[in-house]
Design a protein around this ligand. Structure first.
Ligand code: NI
Length: 159
């Protein structure tokens, strides 16, 4: 298990466009393991490679209740989106903050797994939101760009 430092808003690496992965090397597998460790350690539901300073098109997601259903996406492409959902969103790179963002309620994504096998996955609700959020990271975008209304303090919101 290895944790990597999560880059936070203001770090220019978060605004860069990531490059596709050509092949899954041992180094990439280690990166993915570290991304999952880092995401779980931070209690996140998703993490994209640029958030730990790696400009590659990889993200990981786990929206399960127990946090035992990791999903790995390499070179993802959003194939289809439909519907819409409006709700609060957060990001490990913008700690302690939240804002309202409207996203598709249903997405179809095509990506490669850790064996470079292509797969297609349909996501609804939180999974759809997470896929869109993480995919935005690969193109250098943060959710606050899409915020409807102010970016709020998580604590203030809970009070
Ligand atoms: Ni994020």
């Amino acid at each position: 298990m290895a944790l990597r430092e999560i880059r936070v808003q203001g770090d220019p690496i978060l605004n860069k466009v990531c490059k596709p992965v050509a092949a899954v090397s041992d180094r990439i597998l280690e990166l993915i393991d570290d991304m999952l460790d880092t995401m779980y350690d931070a209690n996140g539901v998703g993490l994209a490679a640029p958030q730990i300073g790696i400009l590659k098109r990889i993200f990981v997601i786990d929206v399960s209740e127990k946090g035992d259903e990791p999903l790995v996406f390499i070179n993802p492409k959003i194939i289809k989106t439909s519907g819409s959902q409006t709700g609060d969103e957060g990001c490990l790179s913008i700690p302690g903050k939240t804002a309202t963002v409207t996203r598709p309620d249903h997405v179809v994504v095509r990506a490669f797994d850790e064996e470079m096998k292509e797969f297609e996955l349909e996501g609804e609700g939180l999974l759809a939101r997470a896929i869109m959020h993480e995919n935005d990271h690969l193109d250098g975008h943060l959710y606050v760009e899409k915020a409807e209304g102010p970016v709020r303090d998580v604590k203030a919101q809970q009070e």
